[in-house]
Design a protein around this ligand. Sequence first.
Ligand code: TXA
Ligand code: MG
Length: 343
Amino acid sequence: LWSVDKNVDNLITYPQIKESADLLAKNEVIAFPTETVYGLGGNAQSDEAVLKIFEAKGRPSDNPLIIHIGEKDQLTGFVKKVPEKATILMEKFWPGPLTIIFEKLDGKLSDFATAGLSTVAVRMPDHPVALALINESKAPIAAPSANRSGRPSPTTAGHVMEDLNGRIAGIVDGGPTGVGVESTVLDCTSEIPVILRPGGVTREQIEAVIGEVKVDPALTDSEQAPKSPGMKYTHYAPDAPLTLVKGSREFIQQLVNKKRQENLKVGVLTTGENSTYYDADYIFTCGKRSELETVASHLYTALRSFNDAGVNVIFSEMFPNEGVGQAIMNRLLKAAGQHVIEE
Ligand code: TXA
Ligand code: MG
């Protein structure tokens, strides 16, 4: 475990960065912070490194990884072409929480990283530690979120420890991440780009610069196969069953009371506006609903904390499906196995 202060100048000269970049160059795998969640990085050109990532996470081999770059020029080394809309988006949102899918140039990256697809997902993270590490390793870095497969993504080095301690060569601790949910995955291989996973950059922000985008219909219709392989797996679920409640806080409290009468320990996921209202066994206050960014940044800590609290059932408030609320609701619905109760 190396700790670094992300605010210092000239990070690249720090021994922590040098040592961990050297390990990446030797095809070891290292967890590091990005602005969204911690990633588990390995040299994307090396089968050995990429297979170590899949092994450490217990990740299904048909689920491709995102390639992280430190300079925009690196892109042309492994994509066929950069469409005009992608160029505009990169200008506006890179570095930042937007992953773009391109046609892949064959033979430049490990085929395991792209799970044998003809496309490749790429992003440039907006975090000084991530950028220093990628640039110092001098390779494109394949990095999924640094959790065991199926668990909520890690937003602190402690979360990475919980999941991967002993399974990877090291963790660079740069403090808690900011955005808290993963990047938006946008397929730019079609004329009208398609959002495959909602995330840190919102649909509204993307449409403001390139006009219309589509949303993969599988995100709202569970009968359809998602275009992003990772979206078909269950994810994020706490041990206790989670139910989202569309209704008033009075209604949520009634549900809590009923479960407690059955001698169950009940958890509630709420927000600053409502937290003092509830009476339950464990209450997690996840940011403020008037600022959905604060909810996103605490969401995965909330989901992990219900396990530590040892509750038997969990009820959660719902969030508006706009802005970063789209990513929040996508992750909560997955964590709840799509289970929603209406008042
Ligand atoms: O914010 C993030 O994106 C974090 C940080 C570490 O950068 N990374 C992350 O990676 O969330 P991961 O592996 O947990 O999620 C990558 C998603 C998966 O749903 C995967 O199926 C999808 O991107 N993906 C990767 N390559 C793809 C491709 N060529 N076509 C469609 N989906 C792809
Ligand atoms: Mg993940």
